[in-house]
Design a protein around this ligand. Structure first.
Ligand SMILES: O=C(O)C(=O)C[C@]1(C(=O)O)C=C[C@@H](O)C=C1
Length: 284
């Protein structure tokens, strides 16, 4: 299921950020414009709210970006939660520098934004001697600036945020690479997950006994059944003296191949968990 646009009742979806943030854009793409987003200050809060069926129908969480890389703590949050990945969205991110109306570039002393947004603009920011201030969210930073009207603060956020909060876009498209994409995961509670018949992607978590060649054996089996390993992320297992666990994303053209891969790698792993079976996301 790529998109749930057209479904009747608007979904209540936990997102990281506020009106005008990139998570909202991802939510509107996946669930349709009528989606009711529940703004959260942190990814931890997204997981908490998304896990609570009295408050929400799930959540959306950024997981990686083509410039700034993986958001590693989010893999851990996912691992500890009972949430499953049911979809994904790849969103083109355009970062812009904005100020209170009339503030010239020379007067800027500080730039406020989400750490991932700041990281996406280092090439531009390195040309100035501004203090970089990490905040909860791009759009919230814009909202705060619209209230404080500080003549020394600039914000990195979307064009939409500049419009909503009536800020002046002083430098557009300041992200380091044109192809600046963020991948967002669509998360549902385990009990609400329905089987997606045309699923062609899965995310798994596993660790081996850490013996020589144990990871290579797992990867060889995945290759043998003609599955494309689209991402492999390692993490230290806390308290294990430098042993590692792995999160793998796999793309396949038949569900049978994926099930076969699981059967083949299960005996080679000490723990194997399926974090989600879903349709590969579109790039928008
Ligand atoms: O601050 C926002 O607008 C967000 O939606 C967060 C976030 C992220 O977590 O990566 C989303 C997309 C961009 O990569 C920058 C920031």
């Amino acid at each position: 299921m790529e998109s749930r646009k057209g479904n009747t009742a608007p979904k209540k979806i936990a997102i990281q950020g506020y009106e005008g943030c990139f998570h909202q854009e991802a939510a509107q793409y996946y669930y349709g414009k009528q989606v009711e987003v529940i703004p959260c200050d942190s990814f931890r809060d997204v997981v908490k709210v998304a896990s609570d069926k009295k408050i929400s129908d799930g959540g959306i969480m950024a997981i990686e970006n083509t410039i700034a890389g993986s958001i590693l703590p989010n893999y851990n949050l996912l691992q500890k939660s009972k949430l499953k990945i049911v979809g994904e969205v790849y969103l083109l991110i355009r970062q812009n520098l904005m100020v209170s109306i009339g503030v010239p570039l020379e007067d800027i002393k500080e730039v406020h934004s989400h750490p991932m947004a700041i990281q996406q603009c280092f090439k531009f920011l390195d040309e100035y001697n501004w203090k970089l201030v990490e905040t909860e969210d791009t759009a919230l930073s814009a909202r705060k600036l619209s209230k404080s009207k500080s003549p020394h603060v600039a914000v990195i956020a979307s064009k939409l945020a500049a419009e909503i909060y009536d800020l002046e876009l002083i430098a557009p498209n300041i992200h380091t690479l044109k192809n600046n994409y963020t991948r967002f995961l669509i998360l549902n509670r385990e009990e609400d997950v329905v089987d997606i018949p045309d699923a062609n992607k899965a995310s798994i978590y596993f660790h081996t006994d850490n013996s020589k060649g144990s990871l290579a054996k797992v990867l060889n089996k995945i290759n043998e059944v003609d599955i494309n390993l689209s991402k492999l992320q390692s993490f230290p297992i806390p308290g294990s003296d430098w042993k590692y666990s792995f999160h793998a994303d796999m793309e396949f053209d038949s569900r049978d191949k994926f099930e076969l891969a699981l059967d083949l790698i299960r005996p080679l792993t000490e723990e194997l968990r399926i974090n989600g079976i879903y349709r590969k996301g579109k790039t928008i």
